[in-house]
Design a protein around this ligand. Sequence first.
Ligand SMILES: [Zn+2]
Ligand SMILES: [Zn+2]
Length: 299
Amino acid sequence: MKLVMLGTSAAQPTERRGLSCICLEKDGEILMFDAGEGAQVAFLKSGLGWNKRMKIFVTHMHGDHCIGILGLLQTMTLQHRTEHMEIYGPDGIEEFIANNIKSLNFGLSFAVLITAVRRGIVCEEKTYRIHCESAMHTVPAFSFLFEEKDRPGKFDLQKAKELGVPEGPLWHELQTGKEVVVGGRTIRPSEVVGQKRPGKKVGISGDTRPTKQLEEFFRDCDYVTFDSTFSDSLGEKAKETGHSTAVEAAILAKNANVKNLVLTHFSARYRDESDLLEEAKKIHGSVVAASDLLEIEIR
Ligand SMILES: [Zn+2]
Ligand SMILES: [Zn+2]
């Protein structure tokens, strides 16, 4: 599983940074969080692939987070995508996409399913859930949480062979927690299957002030990408515009026991984000400043 930061600039692009877009790739599926203008170009450069299973989650209806959806869908059509696409976002997301497709009069080569989200579980698959929580911004906005379900323990092939369990259906029985009998002896799953491995949790803040609610929402996450639009000296501006400073992101991450913090959504006024990173590092022990196309392996 890996996080790919496709766009890390706030409000307007810079020479080095594109607009908000973050992908989480897991088992060949792409979960995209926001698609600012130019997302398709960053997506192309990342090599993530045009025809993968994919869902897009939109945090809020500001242009720098959703204008890129149309270009992405259009390019995917030109790339002959056939896999359906699921899009989740605030009220208005369906109208926004439908109106644009209608006025530009373009057809898609694949089905798009659009769902307006509320707080709570947004979607659930066999191996993960996506949760949604209200953020605090200048328009209705959400934060998302990817929660991987606990993974089964490792199956000890050598041990299974030693115990005389023949390869085949009996291995599957043990892997799924059932006892099996071989040569009159009962073999328990715990003899050949290791401890369950806890699933990973990855949080995506979108644009927001730091809030107690989000601190709880992101509790114990392995990774959180958080709005770090401003440096500490522009704290008032962060309040006025419904954003956070890198310091506020670090304080929230520390309070929430987040293991690794990824700063992103930097104001275009910063040619270099090293000051913001230094400020955050004084508070939290594991912080990186995102850059476009940065890939973070999550193990
Ligand atoms: Zn933004
Ligand atoms: Zn915004």
